[in-house]
Unconditional design. Structure first.
Length: 110
């Protein structure tokens, strides 16, 4: 569904921040969770994901650090900052308002 994908892509920052509200994570894990939660119907392209990480970090909404997995591989982890928590809540309010408007505009019964 390209239309649904286009609509969701416009909310990439909110999706990433919402995932990071739950716990620190790294890119592959976040993208895997997005795919799982959407039942495989949505997945971010790697370039989109890492561009969003860079944008969010430059805005002060997330911070990154190097960590290692149990297998010893180093990964870049991302953590939400207090400013990121505020931004996430604002983005969620905007999404709810957008959804309410769309629900009203798409009513077909009179």
């Amino acid at each position: 569904m390209s239309i649904a994908g286009d609509l969701i892509r416009g909310h990439t920052d909110a999706i990433i921040l919402a995932r990071l509200l739950r716990s620190d994570s790294y890119g592959y894990e976040i993208n895997k969770m997005i795919s799982n939660l959407s039942s495989g119907r949505f997945e971010l392209k790697e370039a989109t994901l890492y561009t969003a990480f860079k944008r969010l970090e430059e805005a002060g909404f997330i911070a990154s650090y190097w960590g290692s997995s149990g297998a010893g591989a180093r990964r870049r982890y991302y953590a939400i900052t207090p400013a990121g928590k505020e931004a996430c809540h604002q983005l969620m309010l905007e999404w709810k308002e957008t959804k309410e408007i769309m629900d009203q505009l798409l009513i077909t019964e009179e």
